[in-house]
Design a protein. Structure first.
Length: 132
């Protein structure tokens, strides 16, 4: 189901963000890939390095589902960060924040990925090279 796939995608993101556990994160993303969900599979494939981010960005239909506009740039930002490209990561995370001006919202008003994007940007701007 979509909710299960989204939970697995987020679990992988969290494993990498908090623990730096790329193996554990990849395991979660692989399970999303195997589920074959039309909305989430392309995102998981990018995080696993099976789809080029430029191809994903050009081909991903933001009309797919309500939160696609947040998930796509966050995924691209995470992929860049995993691969050590902090400037590209920051650019994508800024897109997530800019959608609803998440940096001006109260924490409880932000979507999960908006909160993560705000926190990840703060780390990048403070000079930390990667999350965690």
């Amino acid at each position: 189901s979509f909710d299960r796939g989204r939970s697995l995608l987020l679990a992988g993101m969290l494993k990498w963000r908090v623990e730096g556990d790329i193996k554990g994160a990849s395991g979660s993303w692989q399970r999303v890939l195997e589920m074959g969900d039309e909305h989430l599979t392309p995102l998981a494939a990018c995080l696993l390095g099976k789809t080029d981010p430029a191809v994903l960005s050009a081909s991903y239909n933001l009309e797919r589902w309500d939160e696609a506009g947040i998930y796509l740039p966050y995924t691209l930002g995470m992929w860049a960060l995993i691969n050590g490209d902090t400037s590209t990561s920051a650019r994508h995370l800024e897109q997530v924040v800019a959608l609803r001006k998440a940096d001006t919202l109260k924490e409880r008003e932000r979507a999960l990925l908006e909160s993560w994007a705000v926190a990840d940007l703060a780390k990048l701007r403070s000079g930390e090279k990667k999350t965690p």
